[in-house]
Design a protein around this ligand. Structure first.
Ligand SMILES: O=P(O)(O)OC[C@H]1O[C@H](OP(=O)(O)OP(=O)(O)O)[C@H](O)[C@@H]1O
Ligand SMILES: O=C(O)c1cc(=O)[nH]c(=O)[nH]1
Length: 203
């Protein structure tokens, strides 16, 4: 799921690593990932009425986490958006349960914060209240603000400016510790480039 090489992020940064949640591409892998999200959420004792998964990768994540939460005794509705509005049938951009009450965003990664800002705006536009965010990886990168790098990360912005909790299963710090640990000599060869990226874009 984690790849090393050269990847352009949504914010246009050239990253030596990339977390590809699209590679949780069978039932066992996606189900296992959903277990991590669900346990992380239950441990954090976050209160929420429903889940929202931003397109595209957040869609399967929200669906899988809702199934796992139901299995653990917490059955909540979920919704997601379309990136392109549909102009026939039911129309619109929101799909699934009505977006209402306290809404928890489920996404894969937060980098510079564009996606999470968009999700918050969609939830508020529907008249609901964003109440937190769950992600697999916090890349601990500078947020972008009007196209410029901010001195705080996107997760810090969500937590400090908006007062919303963010639950991450793993962080860039965890990744760097793993790369440096010597557990996998081949993966360890990527430590220097990832550390250099953190020096440039990290907080
Ligand atoms: O914090 P940010 O700088 O916004 O970057 C992280 C976002 O980028 C990706 O979304 P994207 O829309 O690129 O991909 P997807 O359609 O594959 O989900 C990813 O799924 C996160 O939502
Ligand atoms: O910033 C991004 O666009 C991004 C980073 C990453 O590691 N994975 C991903 O899906 N998107």
């Amino acid at each position: 799921m984690l790849r090393f090489g050269e990847f352009k992020t949504k914010a246009g940064r050239l990253s030596p690593y990339f977390f590809n949640a699209g590679l949780f591409n069978d039932g066992a892998k996606l189900g296992r990932l959903a277990e991590f999200y669900a346990h992380r959420l239950l441990d954090a004792k976050l209160e929420f009425d429903m889940l929202f998964g931003p397109a595209y990768k957040g869609i399967t994540l929200a669906a899988a986490v809702s199934i796992e939460l139901a299995r653990l005794g917490k059955n909540v509705p979920y919704a997601y958006n379309r990136k392109e509005a549909k102009d026939h049938g039911e129309g619109g951009t929101l799909v699934g349960a009505p977006v209402q009450g306290r809404v928890l965003i489920i996404d894969d990664v937060i980098s510079a914060g564009t996606s999470v800002r968009e999700s918050i705006a969609m939830i508020q536009a529907a008249g609901a209240t964003p109440c937190g965010v769950a992600i697999a990886l916090d890349r601990q990168e500078k947020a972008t603000e009007n196209g410029n790098d901010a001195p705080y990360s996107a997760v810090q912005w969500v937590e400090r400016q908006l007062g919303l909790p963010v639950c991450a299963i793993a962080t860039l710090t965890d990744l760097l510790q793993y790369l440096q640990s010597g557990s996998d000599a081949q993966l360890g060869t990527h430590f220097a480039s990832v550390a250099a990226y953190r020096d440039r874009y990290g907080v």
